[in-house]
Design a protein around this ligand. Structure first.
Ligand SMILES: Cc1cc2nc3c(=O)[nH]c(=O)nc-3n(C[C@H](O)[C@H](O)[C@H](O)COP(=O)(O)OP(=O)(O)OC[C@H]3O[C@@H](n4cnc5c(N)ncnc54)[C@H](O)[C@@H]3O)c2cc1C
Ligand code: FES
Length: 290
């Protein structure tokens, strides 16, 4: 992990999203799909915490070597400030952070399912899977056409591609969950990777569990330090031996998790994660000292 002051090589619009490409060779060289960066905000009480974004691209070779790209939709204060960033400005960036996706050794057919900006990390993954001679298929979705992230790029990277919008302005009307069963059957999917909002990931997890398809998902939990110190980002994850669960830190133990082991109800409920209460029959295991 490196902290660096990175020059902005380009700032552009991609549908509803903004994309920033930074010159950050030390981060780009180490980056893997599924990892993320922390972008420092102005020194001002209004911002306080860095903002975290999935690495969308990291070029290690070719003309763009040493660059990395992340994408976001302006919403709150931090992303609105970032949307005003321009080429040749500078950002303080720390990364790559977290654990990335694992690649399947023997299984070949990979289905990538993403809603909204979740697709940002999955395109980087798709490239790495293709290098490993895996088959890549994709289901992409969003509320509206502008929020489908780089649909042409998705088509280019995948053998079979389904696009879903809730208002029907691009592809078929519906959500990625509507397309998932048919795509998984048609593509003979053996592994599923997903990124998007937690309720969608929970449903993908249920689908994979039912059909016994191994899966990995990227979760977005609110983060403060981003490096494992503050425990503000914990996700309850069942232990392999079934003896209970641990509150794992999304910033260092994730953000990629096996969805079959995430305790989705517990994670998405309003129970404060710093003071966990066990589901019936399960002991609380704190993953931080004391
Ligand atoms: C591992 C990871 C990867 C992410 N990848 C992307 C990405 O590629 N593109 C993208 O658009 N967004 C991504 N997010 C979400 C992004 O971090 C938030 O959209 C962003 O922090 C919102 O900041 P804000 O100042 O605009 O919002 P505000 O609401 O003003 O933020 C207030 C605080 O809440 C936190 N926060 C608000 N929304 C979220 C959220 N959804 N997830 C986590 N923290 C949040 C902020 O970091 C900040 O500390 C990612 C989050 C994580 C944890
Ligand atoms: S954000 Fe501080 S431990 Fe994860």
């Amino acid at each position: 992990m490196r902290r660096t002051r990175a020059e902005i090589l380009s700032a552009r619009r991609v549908g509803a999203y903004h994309s920033l490409t930074l010159v950050a060779p030390e981060v780009a060289e180490r980056a893997r799909p599924g990892q993320f960066v922390a972008v420092q905000m102005p020194e001002d009480r209004d911002y306080l915490l860095p903002r975290h974004f999935s690495i969308h691209q990291a070029s290690r070779r070719g003309g763009w070597a040493g660059t990395l790209e992340f994408c976001f939709e302006p919403g709150g204060k931090g992303t609105t400030w970032l949307a005003n960033a321009r080429a040749h400005g500078f950002l303080d960036v720390t990364g790559p952070l977290g654990k990335g996706f694992a690649y399947p050794k023997r299984l070949t057919n990979c289905l990538l399912v993403a809603e909204g900006h979740g697709a940002a990390s999955l395109y980087f993954l798709a490239q790495e899977l293709l290098v490993r001679e895996k088959r890549v298929d994709m289901v992409l979705g969003a509320g509206t056409m502008e929020r489908v992230f780089k649909p042409i790029e998705g088509k280019r990277l995948s053998q079979t591609n389904a696009i879903m919008t809730e208002d029907g302005t691009l592809g078929d009307r519906g959500t990625v969950l509507d397309a998932l069963p048919e795509m998984a059957a048609r593509c003979g999917s053996e592994v599923i990777y997903a990124a998007g909002p937690a309720p969608m990931l929970e449903k993908v997890a249920a689908f994979c569990r039912e059909r016994r398809i191994p899966a990995q998902v990227v979760v977005e939990e609110r983060m403060a330090c981003g490096v494992g110190l503050c425990h503000s980002c914990v996700v309850p994850v069942a232990r392999k031996d079934g003896s209970g669960y641990d509150n794992l830190r999304a910033c260092v133990d994730g953000p990629v998790f096996n969805p079959a082991r995430v305790l989705w109800d517990r994670w998405m409920s309003d129970v404060p994660t710093m003071i966990p209460t066990p589901p019936e029959g399960l002991p609380v295991v704190r993953s931080w000292p004391g």
